[in-house]
Design a protein around this ligand. Structure first.
Ligand code: BGC
Length: 757
């Protein structure tokens, strides 16, 4: 596209070009066109324009009512639009005003905002951002799939990409070009209340899944900008509570927490959101080393860095590293922040402009950030259509998008135990006869299956749940038939008397088995911080009481973090981890329980047996000195199917030595002795026998998913690039050391010698 025409269109006023239809695909524009265009825009901007561009406010700030307390129905406020978007020139707005909207409402909101933005002198459209973290979380009736922890359990990166492409289609169809997703924090502590927002405990799995999600959002048919969050080290606060101090040595930061961000930056992610916490006494929002030296200079990230919610203000109000708001702004911007998610005051752009006029921040520093912000706006095509939403008639057909979410839900469900200890035969699948008692506090709640960021921030209000999607018990009725299901409803806070009622109902008629829906109701962020990671005592008492009747107990856990339940797990004949599977999760659970779907999920974290014994699969040898030291309830990668698939015959095809830089090929044989086809995830761990930094017992090195037909034997090969067998050395740089390595799949181990180049 011709730059001079573009520039000319721009300068005829944005309202005009908002209506100009220019359909050149964003990906086909040349880098130099983009740079010329951005320079031409930048050269016309005042300091106030630039400060405005670097400001992001919540939607509440332009709606009728006050922040966190909008008048219903939510609607734009003309005076505030003028003040915020025209006078203060605010360049970005985020989220909903507290709850989800229908697509038509989104169109009205986005359209109204962009019309107002077009009236300011620069006419630059607003970059609208939202947390569509498991589908369109803030669009009523949108397609909601599993939360990230469930997506990770599928171990299917291609499926995650499709799911993310579909999510992007719906988000963009509302006129929103920017998504605050994926979470690339590595979940190392079950207490952390955002555990479920992650892809689990393995740096490699988080990296691979993260790259797929970024590509899904940014490279699908309706691309939107992804956000890598929360950069970095957010998931490992010492107390386990949200936004509390972390102490993470640089080696561990680089070994565990940085690689997913590095991989996703490499994959082209457009934006990064910063960790709200502090690491080693320094709030990340003022950490020049993390925000500039590592992110920009080392990783070469050229996109936009946005703060998290109110985090510049917190520098003086909570962290106490700045004397006042103005100091805080100076510190954060000079550390490397491009845009402040303010989000509820109008002082930020004013103070930022003042700081430049006073010479405390050079204007060139603003130019750097504004270039990046305009770059994202340009890439998202906002200068072509003024950021106006597409026609509502073009809103995607839900039926076309549901398949990805439904398949992801099915593939996430993880069968962790199926012993049938009381019935002598496997408890699952439930056969086609007999009464099934369904109970437990998560049995009849769609919210419990979706988790936080669903309809509302905390995801707790059923008013905003997707109409027509079943709860677990409703799906069980559909699959097993109404007459077989007896539902004993329980709220979260159920009492001993309620348990007695359940037992009465159980005993009232012969009952084949009880399916007990355990877990947690939705929460996120600080609201989900907990003093105690053990499963709630009333849920444990319920399992004990049902078990005492002699009825087989099948536990289904709907929740995003592993609560300890060592006392009752032995009482369960079968145990199914459902995570937070989303709107299609109930069907998926019912299909797994009935055997209509052969489960294939694999646990993306280690489920601790005891609260004080949470180790991860990549723990150190000295953490496993005795037999009992690493004895989790379930291991990373655990998951059964209704077939028996044996793994044998590990071989390193590439020989017993390999030179650094070469790829090692490993083969194993899978034999499905069952009578059902089975989707198997072959998980390969590397074991560095001797290293200059104490090696982990196991490191996830590669994984591959195959379908092994019933009765079939097949060989599967996996590739391990030896460049990936390194670690962060004593000088905090990445090294690969020669020496002996083991490669393990289940109990199969082969060794090879890694030779220096
Ligand atoms: C969360 C982020 C989120 C942002 C915007 C913050 O409180 O930490 O994950 O993207 O709010 O909603």
């Amino acid at each position: 596209m011709n730059t001079s025409i573009r520039t000319c269109v721009f300068w005829t006023g944005l309202a005009a070009f908002a209506l100009t239809s220019c359909s050149a695909p964003t990906t086909q524009r040349s880098t130099s066109d983009k740079a010329v265009f951005i320079d031409s825009v930048l050269s016309t901007l005042t300091i106030e324009d630039k400060a405005g561009e670097m400001t992001q406010l919540t939607l509440d700030m332009v709606c009728v009512g006050s922040p966190y307390n909008l008048e219903e129905p939510h609607r734009l406020d003309a005076e505030k639009l003028q003040n915020v978007l025209v006078d203060l020139k605010v360049g970005s707005i985020l989220n909903c005003g507290g709850h989800a909207y229908y697509p038509a409402q989104w169109h009205e909101i986005i359209g109204g905002i962009q019309e107002a933005a077009a009236r300011k002198a620069s006419g630059i459209p607003v970059l609208y951002g939202i947390d569509a973290i498991h589908g369109t979380t803030y669009t009523t009736g949108g397609v909601l799939g599993p939360q990230q922890i469930g997506l990770a359990a599928t171990w299917d990166t291609a499926l995650v990409r499709t799911f993310s492409e579909n999510a992007a289609m719906e988000v963009l169809a509302s006129g929103i070009p920017w998504n605050f997703s994926p979470v690339l924090d590595v979940a190392r502590d079950a207490r952390w209340p955002r555990f479920w927002e992650t892809f689990g405990e393995s740096t490699k799995l988080v990296s691979d899944m993260g790259v797929s999600m970024v590509k899904g959002y940014q490279e699908g048919p309706s691309p939107i900008a992804a956000t890598l969050k929360h950069y970095m080290g957010y998931s490992r606060p010492l107390t386990g509570k949200d936004r509390t101090p972390a102490w993470i040595p640089e080696r561990q930061l680089r070994e565990i927490f940085l690689p997913p961000f590095a991989a996703a930056v490499e994959a082209g992610a457009a934006t990064v959101m910063v960790n709200s916490g502090e690491i080693n006494g320094i709030p990340v929002h003022v950490d020049h080393h993390i925000l500039t030296e590592i992110l920009r200079d080392e990783l070469g990230f050229e996109g936009l860095v946005v703060t998290d919610w109110e985090d510049i203000r917190y520098l003086f109000s909570r962290h106490k590293v700045a004397a006042d708001y103005k100091d805080a702004i100076e510190m954060a911007i000079m550390a490397g922040i491009d845009m402040s998610m303010v989000p509820t005051d109008t002082q930020f752009p004013v103070l930022l402009a003042e700081l430049v006029h006073e010479g405390r921040i050079p204007e060139s520093r603003l130019d750097l950030s504004v270039r990046r912000i305009l770059g994202v706006k340009y890439d998202r095509g906002l200068f072509e259509n003024g950021g106006m939403p597409p026609s509502i008639e073009d809103y995607p057909n839900k039926a076309d998008l549901e398949g990805g979410a439904a398949l992801a839900a099915r593939k996430s469900i993880t069968l962790l135990k199926n012993e049938g200890s009381q019935s002598n035969s496997a408890a699952l699948p439930i056969g086609d006869k007999g009464r099934i008692l369904v109970t437990g506090p998560t049995a009849n709640s769609l919210n419990a299956l979706n988790g936080g960021w669903t309809g509302t921030w905390q995801g707790t209000d059923p008013k905003y749940s997707t109409p027509g999607r079943p709860t677990a018990v409703e799906a069980m009725r559909n699959v097993f038939g109404d007459d077989r299901i007896a539902h004993a409803e329980l709220e979260m806070e159920f009492s001993t008397a309620d348990i007695q009622n359940v037992i009465r109902s159980l005993k009232s008629r012969p009952t084949q088995c009880a399916v007990v829906f355990l877990g947690e109701m939705p929460y996120t962020e600080g609201v989900g911080s907990t003093e105690d990671i053990e499963l709630f005592s009333n849920q444990q008492d319920l399992v004990k009481a049902i078990h005492a009747t002699g009825t087989p107990v099948i536990g289904v856990y709907a929740g995003g973090r592993p609560r300890t339940m060592n006392n009752i797990e032995p009482l369960l004949d079968a145990f199914v981890m459902a995570y937070l599977p989303g709107d299609y999760g109930a069907d998926a659970i019912a299909e797994v329980l009935s055997g209509d779907f052969n489960p294939s999920g694999r646990l993306p974290f280690t489920w601790p047996r005891y609260a004080s014994a949470h180790l991860t699969h990549d723990c150190k040898h000295t953490e496993i000195v005795g037999d009992k030291d690493f004895n989790p309830l379930y291991r990373f990668g655990d998951g059964l199917s209704y077939s028996t698939v044996n793994t044998t015959g590990i071989q390193i095809l590439s020989g017993d030595s390999a030179t650094i830089g070469n790829t090692v090929t490993v083969e194993v044989t899978l034999e499905n002795t069952g009578d059902q086809n089975s989707t198997e995830t072959v998980i390969l761990y590397s074991q560095d026998r001797v290293a200059s930094i104490t090696p982990s017992v196991d490191e996830l090195a590669a994984f591959i998913q195959v379908v092994v037909p019933a009765g079939a034997t097949q060989t599967v090969s996996l590739q391990v690039p030896t460049e990936e067998l390194g670690f962060i050395g004593r000088d905090n740089t990445y090294i690969v050391e020669p020496g002996m390595f083991g490669l393990r799949v289940k109990d199969q181990v082969a060794e090879f010698k890694l030779l220096a180049r």
